[in-house]
Write a protein of this length. Structure first.
Ligand code: MF3
Ligand code: CO
Ligand code: CO
Length: 255
């Protein structure tokens, strides 16, 4: 049985917008430090300090035991990559996923960055992942269903020769980090859960260069897992938090 979604009040929407703007600015800030030679722990520290300096908390820190302030998913890592002493090298792609908790509200966004010069194949995958997210967002309006988002996303991705991850996806968000509904990157038109005005969701398709299948890995002392593509080919992702309005949507995680 799904929980009843309570629409945000105008006051709550203001707070949600502030949290999302801060998440987007954190992401933009950390993105400017992505280059060969930097460790993912250094990127994590940058996200941590930026959020604290701006009166927010990095929401992943301590979330189900997750020990870091962001996720850093390099190359074949699909999502939830754990920052560590790994050094970025020329040609890598890295998704940085930042969630800020500000004044009781969560803002969640991610982007995949290039480390130096990347292959044409990597560049194409990353572009498709970004456009796939945007195709999904185009479907967001009151009365639409989560399957409409997934259908548009998967159609676009498969036409470009890539695959979407099925079991992991977007989510409702607001006063709760991971709320209802689940927002899949595949689906059928007219199926799934109803989008209701003045609720927020994330759209965050994971796009794989090869097969959709992935393998999971434990994170010590945490119930959160991280994932790699089962064929070790590349995976890319972009995420926005989006407000469902009375007529359509508004992307909130813009800097
Ligand atoms: N930000 C991720 C998402 O988009 C969730 C990360 S939870 C963590 O939903 F524990 F892995 F950090
Ligand atoms: Co998310
Ligand atoms: Co995220």
């Amino acid at each position: 049985m799904s929980r009843k979604i309570v629409p945000l009040s105008p006051e709550e929407i203001k707070k949600m917008k502030a949290a999302c703007r801060l998440a987007a600015r954190s992401l933009e800030h950390v993105g400017s430090f992505v280059r060969a030679g930097v460790t993912t722990n250094e990127l994590d520290q940058i996200v941590h300090d930026y959020n604290l300096t701006h009166g927010a908390k990095p929401a992943t820190l301590g979330y189900h035991g997750y020990p870091k302030s962001c996720c850093t998913s390099i190359n074949e890592v699909v999502c939830h990559g754990l920052p560590d002493e790994t050094v970025l090298k020329d040609g890598d792609i890295i998704n940085v996923d930042v969630t800020s908790l500000l004044d009781g509200f969560f803002g969640d966004c991610s982007a995949t960055f290039f480390v130096g010069e990347v292959s044409d194949a990597a560049r194409d995958l990353v572009e498709v992942a970004r456009l796939a997210r945007d195709k999904g967002i185009e479907e967001v309006r009151p009365g639409a269903l989560t399957g409409d988002i997934g259908f548009a996303t998967d159609k676009f991705v498969s036409r470009r020769g890539y695959s979407t991850v099925k079991e992991i996806g977007g989510h409702g968000i607001g006063r709760t980090f991971h709320d209802e509904p689940f927002v899949p990157a595949f689906g059928k038109k007219g199926r799934g859960e109803l989008l209701v005005p003045w609720h927020c969701i994330t759209v965050e398709p994971m796009v794989n260069q090869g097969v959709a299948a992935f393998v999971e890995f434990e994170i010590p002392n945490s119930s959160i897992k991280y994932y790699k593509t089962s064929d070790n080919k590349l995976s890319a992702q972009f995420e926005h938090t989006v407000l469902i309005t009375d007529t359509g949507h508004e992307i909130l995680t813009l800097p």
